[in-house]
Design a protein. Sequence first.
Length: 284
Amino acid sequence: MIQKWIDSYRPKDLIETEQALREIMQIITLSGFYRAGFFKVAAFYGGTALRLFYGLNRYSEDLDFSLLAKDKDFALNKYLDFVVEEFQTLGIHVHLKEKIKKVEHSNIDSAFLKSDTIWKELKFEKANFPLPTSIKPAIKIKIEVDTFPPLGFQTEEKLLLNPYSFYVNCFTIDNLFAGKLHALLFRKWENRVKGRDWYDMEWYIKNGYGVNVQHFCARANESKDWIKTTITKDELITLLHRKVDVVQMDKVREDIKRFIPNDEALSIWSANYFKDLFSQIKLN
């Protein structure tokens, strides 16, 4: 079943096969969380949610979740055994380890899932390219749960059909856009840029999706990056202009290349291009 699932991606090389396998592992993880009742208390958001449920044409690495209500005592660990068992029923051996918090009062509970199944055990008989026979796939998936999230967001149930039919509680598209804009504008990284933020923002705007202003402001208020409870289009565009004027566009392009099938579309990327794009942004 796993082989047929990977074949459905039509991978052309080892890199695309690994990307397909990572995404399959992400979906199996979601199915384990569903069986555990996780989505009664949490919702799925981030780049992987955008790809799986809304058609974003890039791969993503991590699984990001937000609790539906603030809970400092939330324990991710009690859900992890269900995920391991879900993989075992499909013949894939993984181990999941909850990450020890470096900051005692951090709002993020996280764990790492890693595959113990080697490539030859997955038996890709139909692959038309050479595969390693004895090394483990370098696949590790980070799972993060915001246990004390900014609220003011809405969710909806989204259907997945493999490895069986199940629903995932997911942020609606305008709330996903709000979270992405907050990350792009206010991510606390000094020297590192995330090209995926810019790629996703371009995708949202080009596809005509609007930003949930209430949730954006809730996030920005909580991170102390914006003091008002609302924001106008002109104010948001001003923030975006300031950001694009200082970002290193070559590093932005370099970060996104490994996640997309064709990087020719990045040749137009420049400060002026994004400023023109910002004028098309919609606020909900």
